[in-house]
Design a protein. Structure first.
Length: 280
């Protein structure tokens, strides 16, 4: 009899403990829902995660927490989509304004993405000279290119930019491959063009952007020594292209975020349709 009473007492204590844990977990869930309803999505997600960590056996509450987490993520995606939709026209207007000084070039047969070239830097306007040129594609991916023209090849693979106060920046070294580093001979003269895409030329681009008003020395590297100084018009082209690239990159990122948000919302909606906690 005494043993039976003791067992009942222990069972009661265990049950009370379980009920206490469930109440604590439910309180945390209620707090998370209040945060969600107030638009505090980050805090709500943290609170739900804490339930998973501290009450791993409260399956009923955990199930409700999962449903709430999906609601939170749905609203987050909805907010992201609204933000992108509202800002996209502003950025597009800015891009349209900045692109007025550019020529848009695209070979519809071979290129999926076109390029914006500063009008004073189009190839037909810059034959038979050594200079640094640039461009940016529709996705905001900018490139820099070093052009050499002379009677003898120098076989360069990169450039180093510097100012008289000792500041400098360098491009990556691009080995000759007949593509991004190519050369051709026209009558008795040689043209070499090395293109630096993405990070291969980013430091150099930023250097020119920052030091537009300075006299910038350009050393062709990787082959025979050769030096020029950037023309003001070429520095202006790099600055204008960098500004346009920044805006086009913002637009591309917003487009990607918008697509991601729409896909996420479709997935979450599908998961929530059979839930007892529908999206509000």
């Amino acid at each position: 009899m005494k043993k039976s009473t003791l067992c009942i007492a222990l069972a009661a204590l265990v049950l009370a403990g379980c009920n206490s844990k469930e109440k604590e977990a439910q309180a945390r869930l209620d707090k998370a829902r209040a945060m969600y309803e107030q638009g505090e999505f980050y805090s709500a997600k943290n609170e739900i995660d804490s339930i998973r960590a501290h009450y791993p056996k409260e399956f009923k509450v955990l199930k409700a927490g999962l449903a709430l987490m999906r609601e939170v993520e749905y609203k987050e995606s909805e907010r992201t989509l609204a933000f992108c939709d509202s800002l996209m026209p502003v950025k597009q207007h800015e891009a349209d304004s900045l692109s007025r000084g550019f020529t848009f070039e695209k070979d519809s047969l071979y290129e999926e993405t076109g390029n914006y070239i500063w009008k004073q830097q189009t190839i037909e306007r810059n034959v038979q000279r050594c200079y640094v040129r640039c461009g940016v594609n529709e996705k905001g991916e900018m490139y820099l290119a070093s052009v050499y023209y002379g009677s003898r090849p120098i076989d360069h693979t990169g450039i180093k930019l510097s100012t008289k106060d000792g500041l400098f920046a360098e491009t990556a070294s691009i080995p000759y491959d007949g593509g991004v580093n190519y050369r051709f001979k026209d009558l008795c003269n040689i043209t070499e063009v090395v293109t630096y895409k993405g990070d291969n030329g980013l430091d150099a681009v930023k250097f020119i952007f920052t030091n537009e008003k300075e006299r910038i020395k350009v050393e062709y590297t990787g082959g025979k020594p050769y030096v020029i100084y950037m023309a003001d018009a070429d520095k202006k082209a790099v600055v204008a292209t960098y500004n346009l690239a920044t805006v086009l990159s913002d637009i591309e990122n917003m487009r990607k975020e918008s697509e991601k948000a729409q896909k996420r919302m479709a997935y979450l909606k599908n998961k929530l349709e059979g839930s007892t906690n529908p999206v509000q």
